[in-house]
Write a protein that binds this ligand. Structure first.
Ligand code: FAD
Length: 265
């Protein structure tokens, strides 16, 4: 909404409002472009619902919506599912039990300086970074799911989602290229966090100065020295990352304790 008031925010925090807006957009807008889900698409959707239902670090009511959705998907061994059935479940059936996923976009850390910038893609990156960090902290959370025992589980789910459903098809192709090149080299949950961080920085550097770059939030290597001084080091005048410190920072920044409930409806 261009009429939305500007919401002051702290870029060292992660906002639940952004994560909930991401889930709202994913389930009610992006998915709605598919009339039915079947085959590989259905499997991809199930994987995303699995990682969110099991690893989502935000409000319990939102996690429960995703858990109910997962339970329903697992219980119904259908070959194909009409999108409308998913929407009915998310919208009506859960409301009866007092659960509700907010139906509005309320960007905070992902606000753009004008409509069309930041927002959903920003929140999707944020969501998946958080999930890689949660999975590393508590790998047992994926026990008894189809993804159990795969250190790259979150990344595989993300790869599937971005390649199949993400509205920006060019983004999907780029991401698939990176995944095809090196995702099979990820063998631990630490490597998974670092993989996503480093690929995200590659995307940042490719997009710096492009049309999708918000001039008020220019793309730059992340985290900046202001956010994490010890993440940066210089060897013989050349900048390098201190990966140990980057890991420490990722765990802190995307850890559940750094989530802010500010601006939630
Ligand atoms: P974003 O890049 O969206 O980042 C969101 C937030 O994550 C930042 O505000 C920061 O807090 C944090 N962050 C930044 N860098 C890192 C990092 N390295 N590790 C961890 N956290 C970080 N747009 C295109 O035009 N072309 C593309 O090919 C393209 N590919 C994309 C692929 C994917 C998988 C996704 C999710 C998006 C893609 N986009 C692409 C969109 C683009 O990457 C940005 O999301 C969008 O331009 C909004 O940018 P932003 O400034 O909000 O920051």
């Amino acid at each position: 909404h261009s009429t939305d008031p500007w919401r002051e925010f702290d870029s060292s925090k992660v906002y639940m409002a952004d994560l909930e807006s991401a889930l709202h957009y994913l389930l009610r807008v992006e998915l709605a472009t598919h009339n039915t889900l079947a085959g590989a698409e259905l499997k991809t959707f199930k994987n995303v619902v699995t990682v969110v239902a099991k690893l989502y670090p935000g409000r319990a009511s939102v996690k429960k919506v995703m858990e109910n959705l997962l339970e329903w998907l697992v219980r119904l061994p259908l070959e194909s599912i009409p999108y409308q059935a998913i929407l009915d479940l998310v919208d009506d059936k859960m409301r009866i039990s007092g659960l509700f996923l907010g139906a509005e976009l309320r960007w905070v850390g992902c606000q753009g300086s004008r409509p069309g910038l930041r927002g959903y893609p920003c929140s999707l990156w944020t969501l998946f970074h958080m999930l890689t960090v949660q999975y590393d902290a508590s790998p047992q959370l994926l026990a008894n799911t189809a993804l159990d025992g795969n250190p790259a589980a979150v990344l595989s789910a993300m790869r599937g989602y971005i390649g199949t459903f993400f509205g920006c098809e060019q983004c999907g192709r780029h991401f698939e290229e990176m995944a095809a090149q090196s995702l099979d080299q990820v063998t631990t949950t630490e490597e998974a966090m670092i993989w996503l961080w480093s690929k995200h920085n590659l995307v940042n550097s490719r997009l710096a100065g492009s049309l999708s770059d918000d001039p008020v939030f220019p793309k730059a290597p992340w985290p900046s020295p202001a956010l994490c001084h010890s993440c940066h080091q210089e060897k013989d005048g050349v900048h390098t990352w201190n990966q140990e410190q980057v890991l420490v920072f990722l765990r802190q920044h995307y850890g559940a304790a750094n989530l802010s409930p500010r601006y939630l409806p």
